[in-house]
Ligand binder design. Structure first.
Ligand code: DC
Length: 233
């Protein structure tokens, strides 16, 4: 399979996954959203009641069957053969819990393995917090997206159909900053830019401008647009 690996890291709501998806479409690649794996583990452990159960988390996680199934240019996360609905994965409680489970070494090891097996051949844009530093340190192109917390809160509220001028705004800013702190300060795979990452501040940029910049960089680093996604069977 030909194709480079594009790692896109950054804080919550910085536009990573939308950007990674659009870049994948432009290059004819597939998009691997690593946050969905953490969210799926959080969702399943919440639903089945073992997220906070002393002594149960490790053994339950070990038993968990965690796989990715390609759908067009995306991957569906299957937990014991079942995919959570989008609404469940994006629910605020799932997001909060995902940030906590993502600090656990046993969770990170499971996710690391699944991501590497799926993306190591290239032809993939992968977004997350530690993609350029830990998951794919040899990625040909590493991007670190940033945007102010206010701008990220505004985008997130709009995405959810809310009013950014409404009372939910400052709660969203607070919640994003709390997650940023936890993701950046954990000892394991903290959210930091790789030394060779290119930082792009998207606060003042349109989504298309961000995608254009990354596609141009990917072409410089050897990406050649292809018609079909690679076969990961
Ligand atoms: O990108 P996201 O908001 O869907 O990620 C959900 C949580 O998972 C987030 O709080 C941080 C964590 N995460 C991580 O620690 N490492 C990754 N590569 C991706 C996500």
């Amino acid at each position: 399979m030909s194709g480079i690996l594009v790692a896109i890291d950054g804080p919550a709501a910085s536009g990573k996954s939308t950007t990674a998806r659009s870049v994948a479409v432009r290059l004819g690649y597939c998009h691997l959203n690593s946050g969905l794996l953490y969210r799926s583990i959080a969702w399943c452990s919440l639903r089945d009641g073992w997220i906070d159960a002393p002594g149960r988390f490790g053994p339950e996680l070990e038993r968990l069957d965690l796989t990715l199934e390609r759908r067009d240019r995306e991957f569906l996360v299957l937990v014991n053969g079942e995919a959570a609905g989008r609404g469940l994965l994006t629910a605020p409680e799932t997001a909060r819990r995902a940030s906590r489970v993502a600090a656990m070494p046993e969770v990170r090891n499971r996710v690391l393995h699944v991501l590497r097996v799926t993306g190591e051949e290239g032809g993939v844009t992968c977004d997350g917090r530690d993609i350029g530093t830990v998951v794919f340190p040899a990625a040909e192109l590493k991007i670190f997206l940033v945007a102010s917390a206010h701008e990220r809160a505004r985008r997130r509220i709009l995405e959810q159909g809310g009013d950014p001028a409404g009372p939910a705004f400052y709660e969203e800013v607070r919640s994003l900053e709390e997650r940023d702190l936890r993701d950046a300060n954990r000892s394991l795979a903290p959210m930091i830019p790789a030394a060779d990452a290119i930082q792009i501040d998207t606060t003042e940029l349109s989504p298309d401008e961000v995608v254009d910049r990354i596609v141009a960089l990917a072409l410089e680093r050897g990406a050649e647009p292809v018609d079909e996604c690679p076969d990961f069977a």
